[in-house]
Design a protein around this ligand. Structure first.
Ligand SMILES: C[S@@+](CC[C@H](N)C(=O)[O-])C[C@H]1O[C@@H](n2cnc3c(N)ncnc32)[C@H](O)[C@@H]1O
Length: 298
């Protein structure tokens, strides 16, 4: 199966996890979200608010300026690229999936500062992208929660290409799941049934230490490494656990569906499967960091 067909399976609504997340507000974005206690009441409106908060935190690190050339890699439905373009920068959103790019163009194609292109982040300089990108042409590259899909060799290729594409002084903001220890194959034991890996279509998370080494070998200087796990993975997992627990029983499920009517589309068997899948996510997330890396080309 080719890579894009494989990745599409994570986002086409065929998994119970994605179905539940869509019911709970994953409409414009496809990331876990950034959670702060003071925003807890916003949960009544679903997860979309928190996803936008994560984008805002990530864009702060990009610090886009008017006139800059910026690529948003793994742009999903295009919300983030459009948001960066609103700063006056010229933005290209790139995603492997045609469906995502079509949706992005429909929603944000009217913004003269942003264009969208189908392309593979691991081959941005070759013809594998519809956008004609040239060496040393970009001020910044942003990649939010997409690189875990690329595989180890793909991540290395992406970092090397990002380095070539950036101008001197250019910046790469890479936000990704990273393995805490140096043994990413530990996931085989924690996710024995492959629930997590099948849901999100990836093999292993890159160990944080390896990410840093690869970035250094490509020539990048590390500017910031921020552990967002306590604001992203940990609360996301807890919230999903609570929703799934409520979804198991008829009466709480009825009340849940009053706030999120999409919840009705899941039957009892799917809720039980979701609970099993979430248990695997909980085991894996205990060994995973959610990290924002700011790298600069000297
Ligand atoms: C978890 S989603 C995040 C999307 C977006 N950044 C957001 O925050 O909503 C990951 C995205 O990466 C895209 N993707 C996966 N592999 C890719 C590749 N090799 N090149 C470009 N995009 C890729 C997927 O199609 C998906 O849209």
């Amino acid at each position: 199966m080719d890579t894009s067909r494989k990745i599409l399976r994570a986002y086409d609504g065929s998994t119970v996890t994605f179905k539940a997340l869509r019911a709970y507000g994953w409409n414009e974005l496809l990331n876990l979200g950034y959670f702060q206690l003071r925003d807890l009441a916003m949960l009544l409106f679903g997860l979309g608010y928190f996803q936008k908060q994560l984008v805002r935190q990530s864009i702060k690190l990009v610090a886009p300026q008017p006139g800059e050339n910026i690529v948003d890699v793994g742009c999903g439905y295009g919300w983030t690229s459009n948001q960066i373009a609103n700063s006056g920068a010229q933005v290209i959103g790139i995603d492997l999936l045609e469906k995502h790019i079509e949706k992005a163009r429909q929603k944000f194609g009217h913004n003269p500062n942003v264009t969208y292109a189908v392309g593979d982040a691991t081959q941005m300089l070759s013809s594998a992208t519809q956008a004609a990108l040239e060496e040393e042409s970009l001020d910044k590259i942003h990649c939010l929660e997409a690189a875990f899909h690329f595989g180890h060799n793909g991540r290395r290729a992406f970092l090397a290409e990002a380095f070539s594409l950036l101008k001197r002084g250019g910046r790469l903001v890479l936000v990704d799941f990273m393995w805490r220890s140096n043994c990413p194959e530990e996931i085989n034991e924690l996710d024995g049934e492959r629930h997590v890996r099948r849901t999100w279509q990836f093999e292993q998370f890159e160990p944080l230490a390896d990410y840093r080494t690869i970035a250094r070998e490509c020539g990048f200087q590390e500017k910031q490494i921020i552990d967002w796990s306590p604001r992203v993975i940990n609360p996301f997992q807890k919230i999903c656990n609570i929703i799934t627990l409520l979804g198991q029983y008829r009466i709480p499920r009825f009340f849940l569906s009053m706030i999120r009517p999409g919840v009705f589309s899941m039957n009892s068997q799917e809720w039980r499967l979701l609970a099993e899948v979430l248990e695997a996510h909980e085991r894996v997330s205990g060994s995973t960091y959610y990290v924002a890396m700011v790298l600069e080309k000297p």
